[in-house]
Design a protein around this ligand. Structure first.
Ligand code: AHG
Ligand code: MN
Ligand code: MN
Length: 362
């Protein structure tokens, strides 16, 4: 039998040493996000029955097609954040500009950033999707937020989390005091009642070693040498320099990948690639990379671009993209080492007798 603390009770205990006023405000803000996510969970679970599948016939500010569930999820987050007195403003992957609550823009102590629906290409296939969120301080309280209010390093995050809409709906959350896992009691939301999230794991710890990696292999020709080397060594298995076999997974829902890593370790990579030099990565710093980096580090893992710690990065723009490599500490550190190696070996040099790559012409 698991602990039956609710989200509010568990957070009150987790934040016991924070000033009571700020703990209360943070708990209420996270409660608003949790309520929005419980609604998204209901809609995602009803799927085609409530018209949640298919394209929305619109594109987001980055020119990506929006799914109906992208738009619905964004509206639900926006509505709940707008009603929360502690939230001065919010920014979403689905909107070019930040939004603000005209009632609370000055008094609100927080900014919230989010990806309302991650992995939306998977919806029709009924594969897990998720919501990713992060709470930042509204540093100039008393003035309405602007885009520049959000340009804070990942280290500034007060809380971060994701909700995974899978066989169970699970929220994984950090308020910088470790990582807590809650499971949505789906019976609780019947008839529009407030959702009950039950604490089902207190303090997640990611194994430091792993034999599992996740990367979109179809992008291999665009990767830089350190990632080519790392993956080639994993694929070489027992007969290669790592002298052990690896397993590969790719769900194409970052939330699902990170949750697998939270559960059993592993490495997730969406590295820098040479396809579009102006976009040095696929994932967004503020909505995806930074919140996941805080969660991963709070659970004992590591999160980097390859050459920098993700939490050190200060965004230049709301929708900035970055390379992401995260997961089990030792393995991510090995990849950092490959990026730092000035005499970076390409794989054909390592596997002279069992080359995985075509050797360049002399
Ligand atoms: P989103 O659905 O919010 O646009 O994000 C999808 C992201 C992430 O979940 C995943 O890791 C990656 O995009 C999948 O990209 P591929 O198209 O390379 O599979
Ligand atoms: Mn996403
Ligand atoms: Mn999204």
């Amino acid at each position: 039998m698991h602990d039956t603390s609710t989200l509010q009770q568990a957070l009150a205990q987790n934040l016991f040493d924070a000033p009571p006023e700020s703990a209360k405000a943070l708990i209420e803000t996270l409660g608003a996000i949790a309520q929005a996510c419980a609604h998204i969970s209901d809609i995602a679970a009803q799927g085609v029955l409530v018209g949640a599948h298919g394209l929305a016939e619109s594109a987001n500010s980055q020119g990506e097609d929006q799914k109906k569930l992208d738009v619905l999820s964004d509206e639900l987050m926006s509505r709940h954040l707008g009603a929360c007195p502690h939230v001065a403003g919010w920014a979403s992957e689905e909107h070019e500009r930040q939004q603000q609550s005209w009632d609370h823009e000055k008094q609100g102590r927080y900014l919230v950033v989010y990806d309302p629906l991650d992995g939306s290409s998977n919806i029709e296939a009924n594969i897990s999707v998720g919501t990713i969120f992060s709470v930042l301080p509204h540093t100039y309280r008393g003035a309405p937020p602007s885009d520049s209010s959000y340009m804070q390093p990942g280290h500034a995050q007060l809380a971060a989390g994701y909700v995974l809409y899978g066989p169970a709906t699970i929220m994984v959350l950090t308020c910088r005091r470790g990582v807590l896992v809650f499971t949505l009691d789906r019976n609780s939301t019947r008839g529009g009642a407030p959702a009950v999230w039950v604490l089902t794991q207190d303090q997640v710890s990611i194994p430091v070693q792993t034999r599992e990696f996740a990367i979109n292999m179809s992008n291999q020709r665009f990767w830089e040498k350190p990632v080519q080397r790392y993956v080639a060594e994993c694929v070489a298995g027992e007969g290669g320099p790592r002298m052990k076999d690896f397993n590969m997974r790719w769900v194409a829902s970052m939330v699902a990948e990170v949750h697998r890593i939270m559960t059993r370790g592993g490495v997730f990579m969406y590295p820098r690639d040479t396809r579009t030099p102006l976009k040095p990565g696929r994932l967004r710093l503020m909505y995806e990379a930074a919140p996941m980096a805080l969660l991963i580090e709070q659970a004992g893992g590591r999160a980097v671009t390859g050459t920098s710690e993700l939490l050190d990065l200060v965004p230049d723009t709301l929708h900035q993209r970055v390379p992401v490599i995260l997961g089990s500490h030792e393995e991510v550190s090995r990849i950092v080492g490959y990026h730092a190696d000035p005499h970076e070996n390409v794989s054909w040099q390592l596997f002279k007798t069992r080359s995985l790559f075509v050797q360049p012409q002399a």
